[in-house]
Design a protein around this ligand. Structure first.
Ligand SMILES: Nc1ncnc2c1ncn2[C@@H]1O[C@H](COP(=O)(O)OP(=O)(O)OP(=O)(O)O)[C@@H](O)[C@H]1O
Ligand code: SF4
Ligand SMILES: [Mg+2]
Length: 341
């Protein structure tokens, strides 16, 4: 994949503010996603990582247009899809699919697996060569399920198998990009690896692009080409996997990485424990949003928001006034007075 390849997905200034109402009056806004910029090239996997509530699902839902953006733009395959109408969206759904976190809630319990996987074909009035049933059975086989189980219901499958059904449904229209919103976090750890491996094989064999949403950096380590780390509605660091995992520059990325035992070079002693809760997106901190939990914060961090830009000699973009360097688990420089615990 060359760096010059035109992006398949290009997001600029993507923002979602949910209005907060008291009675009929709008009294504020939840700033769930606040000005994201990123690209995904054909066949590439971008990991979107951050703690609960940082805006990952909201971002994913805007990308597939299940949610209307407040502002910003989404270009997909050269088309502006930010505010497309119903007809445009139907065409879009063929190329752009989503896999949901919860394989239980996302499958209709009253429909057979055959009907669930066939649904996107029927909604789009597509009859594949050989017929719908044959195509569905091919898809079941592709995701490692028995094609003979076409007439079974979701409750007759395990959690991992149900997620495979969701994946087969997402593949039915041969999409170019799949948004996978924490597709393995509801599954047992032993099953997680199997489903991740399946997605990786599909990505390679079908030249699929992914936006892969995850809570932590452990899950996506071997799956993503590039990684974007989110905090409170913003991207704080984005870059190639190796830069993010071996030379992270943002303190928050370091804290997330130090929690992964085989990445942190210092073992439990090098773990950076973030104190305090994530602030509310109703009223995010001034300047750098991470400053209330950052051990390096200074007055400057409170007054000026750091731009997302290349820092020192790193290949990634980082939004921090005092970027880190050196191996993971070793915080460098202590500009502020906050203690690291
Ligand atoms: N429909 C909504 N109305 C108001 N606020 C919302 C709505 N949907 C999400 N939010 C808020 O937006 C913020 C981001 O939510 P989102 O679900 O995108 O986070 P997330 O990163 O996916 O979290 P998790 O890891 O728990 O799934 C949260 O503060 C959430 O409470
Ligand atoms: S050093 Fe300042 S700018 Fe950098 S992450 Fe900490 S608070 Fe934010
Ligand atoms: Mg979510």
């Amino acid at each position: 994949m060359s760096a010059e390849t035109e992006p398949l997905l290009s997001v600029r200034g993507l923002t979602k503010h949910f209005p907060v109402r008291q009675g009929l009056r709008v009294t504020g806004a939840v700033r769930a996603v606040d000005g994201l910029d990123f690209d995904v090239r054909p066949g590439e996997t971008l990991g979107l990582v951050g703690e609960s509530g940082c805006g990952k699902t909201t971002t994913g839902r805007m990308l597939v247009r299940l949610l209307e953006p407040t502002s910003g733009s989404i270009m997909f395959a050269g088309r502006d899809i930010t505010h497309g109408g119903r007809r445009e969206l139907r065409a879009l759904r063929q190329d752009l699919q989503i896999i949901f976190q919860d394989p239980y809630a996302s499958l209709n319990p009253r429909h057979t697996v055959g009907r669930i996987v066939a649904m996107p074909l029927q909604v789009n009035r597509i009859t594949p060569p050989g017929g719908v049933k044959r195509r569905v059975q091919e898809l079941l086989e592709l995701v490692g399920l028995n094609p003979e189980h076409y007439n079974r219901y979701p409750h007759e499958f395990s959690g991992g198998q149900r997620q495979r059904i969701g994946i087969a449904r997402a593949l039915a229209l041969k999409p170019k990009l799949i948004v996978a919103d924490e597709p393995v976090s509801a599954l047992d750890v032993s099953i997680q690896a199997q489903v991740i491996n399946l997605l990786r094989d599909l990505q390679r064999d079908l030249d699929l692009a992914f936006v892969f949403i995850a809570h932590d950096l452990a899950v996506i380590r071997h799956f993503c080409h590039r990684v974007a780390v989110m905090y409170l509605g913003k991207i704080v660091e984005i870059g190639d996997r190796d830069d993010i995992y071996t030379r992270p520059q943002h303190p928050y990325t370091r804290a997330l990485l130090s929690a992964i035992p085989d990445v942190s070079t210092l073992g439990p002693a090098g773990r950076i424990r973030l104190t305090g809760d994530v602030p509310t997106p109703l009223n995010p901190p001034s300047g750098c949003r991470f400053r209330t939990r950052c051990w390096k914060a200074t007055d400057h961090c409170a007054t000026e928001e750091p731009a997302l830009t290349t820092r020192d000699d790193g290949g990634q973009l980082t939004a921090c006034h005092y970027p880190e360097s050196g191996p993971v688990g070793v915080p460098t420089g202590e500009p502020g007075s906050n203690e690291r615990t």
